[in-house]
Design a protein around this ligand. Structure first.
Ligand code: PGA
Length: 249
């Protein structure tokens, strides 16, 4: 059966020293009382150190972005092969902030996904609608279009992916999708996977919810049958909150 996961996307927050401190606090508070996988997704400059800090724990480390090429003249960019050489296990692809501020397209996101897969890194593919799309009842169409970026993957490759549904209107706003809204979209995503890649792949795919998820609302969200955990922004920057969310399962 599919795995429950809680991933903390630190975005552009924390210095190396602060990130190490936070990771040590997370390790200390994590009592392994449930079978939920914890993933920490720090800025690039902390990856190497945090992989080492977590190596004797069950905690995995993920990247926030990667370039689609293996190497070359792309000043400022980081390739998937560099990430795998560091011991990175997961990679975010298509976070709404990347789509919005860096104009990432479906074509690019497919290429980034393939680059991660070719290096044995598990992509966490993000999707989600803007408020105007939800208000005009276009949210399913938007998410379907975003998932269509992955349509040409083989079923074998798709089976390795994690999907994160993050309604953009709920990210960093304090506004959360209701458990029913999350469940409705997660069920839609699972149906999409089932139709395109087969029922067993859909049944085994972890679909995470993101958007102002915190200890006070995680329990209700995670109780939904198609919500397999969370992608956490703000609350992942506080060890007690991050572990509190994990313990909401
Ligand atoms: P938030 O961010 O938890 O701060 O809303 C979620 C995300 O962007 O992954």
């Amino acid at each position: 059966m599919r795995k429950n996961r809680v991933a903390g996307n630190w975005k552009m927050n924390k210095s190396l020293q602060e990130g190490e401190e936070l990771t040590k606090n997370i390790i200390a508070l994590n009592d392994n009382s449930n079978d939920v996988e914890l993933i920490i997704i720090p800025p690039f400059v902390q990856l190497s150190s945090l992989v080492k800090l977590t190596q004797n724990t069950d905690i995995k480390i993920g990247s926030q972005n990667n370039h689609e090429a293996k190497s070359g003249a792309y000043t400022g960019e980081i390739s998937a092969s560099m990430l795998s050489a560091l011991g990175v296990s997961y990679g975010l692809v298509g976070h709404s902030e990347r789509r919005t501020y860096f104009n990432e397209t479906n074509e690019q996101l497919l290429a980034k996904t393939k680059a991660l897969l070719s290096e044995g890194i598990i992509p966490i593919f993000c999707c989600g609608e803007h408020l105007n799309e939800r208000n005009s009842n276009q949210h399913f169409v938007t998410v379907e279009n975003q998932l269509n970026a992955l349509k040409e993957l083989t079923a074998e490759d798709f089976a390795k992916l994690i999907i994160a549904y993050e309604p953009v209107w709920a990210i960093g706003t304090g506004e959360t999708a209701s458990a029913e809204q999350a469940q409705e979209m997660h069920a839609f995503i699972r149906k999409y996977i089932s139709s395109n890649f087969g029922k067993s792949i859909a049944d085994n795919c972890s679909v995470l919810y993101g958007g102002s998820c915190k200890p006070s609302n995680a329990k209700e969200l995670f109780a939904m049958p198609d919500v397999d955990g969370g992608l956490i922004g703000g609350a992942s920057l506080v060890a007690e909150d991050f572990i509190g969310i994990k313990n909401s399962f």
